[in-house]
Ligand binder design. Structure first.
Ligand code: RIB
Length: 330
């Protein structure tokens, strides 16, 4: 079905397209009450919905930002999304899209064709050079979040991952655990590699044997599925690469009659909202998700407005939150 266009409204009201555009964008000063009335009535009659895409919004100086995230079910990403939405100024509109790896480039092209002014990319980028060339060609500034490599030519916002991994190891080792395991995803992103190297570096500095690594899906189910392999390894301390994996692993441990933290201590990463409400409450390394959202939004707006031309690398702090899933080895 053909959509009602601004031209149809102009024809129906007997005025120019420019007049309709000004009136519908609240630029009414130079029009008579009669003209305004005619346009608004024609709009109602035809059921015209203004197209909110960027080509039209540019006239009203609204900035359209596209945000691509790997998942909306993982609270890490939905909290960032919520923060951006809460902190956006009135002249900014945001389109959120989730994207699996293969769909990333297509989604970006789709957003660029729809006239976004800037992008925040939360998903790991497979071919950063190609994407950089494409976005530069179309003059679309972009900011990446933690999963991407710090390649030197992209603005990046991440947390101090290496330090975060170290804190997790220190906590388990301070509690007397020396048989350790890491549950990690099959596909390790740049930030997770840093997390793990911080963890291993600390083990090495303490002369503790290297942790056993169990590969799995980056999800609660992945955590649950990893537990079978852990039991046979006799570990007493687990570092889960994110809270979702930790939650799935704890469920499976309990189902197998293994008590957390009495038999096995487990520490997660992110500090998603559920962490403090679970039973036992999850010990974890907190990432400042609200700040990540705020800072990413501020930076992309500066880029869109041309206020910053230097490549930024912003590193936010992590913090250990000790709750109930870890305890001293008896
Ligand atoms: O939970 C999702 C993970 O992917 C987080 O740890 C975050 O750092 C993101 O990259």
């Amino acid at each position: 079905m053909k959509k009602v266009s601004i031209r149809d409204v102009a024809g129906e009201a007997g005025v120019s397209v420019t007049a309709v555009s000004h009136i519908l964008n609240d630029n009414k000063q130079r029009f008579s009450q009669a003209t305004i009335k005619k346009v608004l009535e024609a709009k109602e009659r035809l059921g015209y919905i203004p197209n909110k895409n960027a080509q039209q919004l540019r006239g009203t100086k609204t900035k359209l930002i596209g945000v691509l995230l790997p998942s909306l079910t993982n609270p890490f990403f939905s909290t960032i999304m919520q923060s951006m939405d809460q902190h956006k100024p009135d002249d900014v509109e945001i389109i959120f899209l989730t994207t699996i790896n293969k769909g990333l480039e297509e989604n970006i092209k789709h957003l660029v064709e729809h006239g976004v002014d800037g992008l925040v990319i939360g998903r790991f980028i497979d071919k950063p050079e190609n994407l950089n060339a494409y976005l530069n060609k179309h003059k679309v500034p972009y900011v990446v979040l933690d999963q991407s490599e710090d390649n030197g030519f992209t603005d990046i916002i991440r947390t101090n991952e290496h330090e975060g991994g170290k804190s997790a190891a220190k906590h388990l080792i301070d509690y007397g655990h020396t048989n350790l395991a890491i549950i990690q995803p099959y596909e390790l992103m740049a930030n997770m590699k840093d997390r793990i190297s911080g963890f291993e570096e600390y083990c090495d500095a303490c002369n503790i044997s290297m942790p056993v690594k169990i590969d799995t899906e980056l999800s609660k189910l992945g955590g649950r599925n990893a537990v079978g392999q852990i039991i046979s390894k006799k570990v007493t301390g687990i570092f889960a690469i994110n809270d979702e994996i930790a939650i799935g692993a704890i469920r499976a441990l309990i189902d197998k009659g293994i008590t957390v933290p009495e038999d096995i201590s487990i520490i997660g990463y992110d500090d998603i909202d559920f962490a403090k409400y679970m039973n036992p409450a999850l010990t974890t390394i907190a990432q400042p998700m609200d700040d990540i959202g705020k800072v990413a939004l501020k930076l992309i707006i500066e880029k869109v407005e041309g206020l910053s031309s230097k490549t930024e690398k912003i590193e936010l702090p992590t913090q250990i939150i000790v709750r109930e899933t870890t305890q001293r080895l008896k």
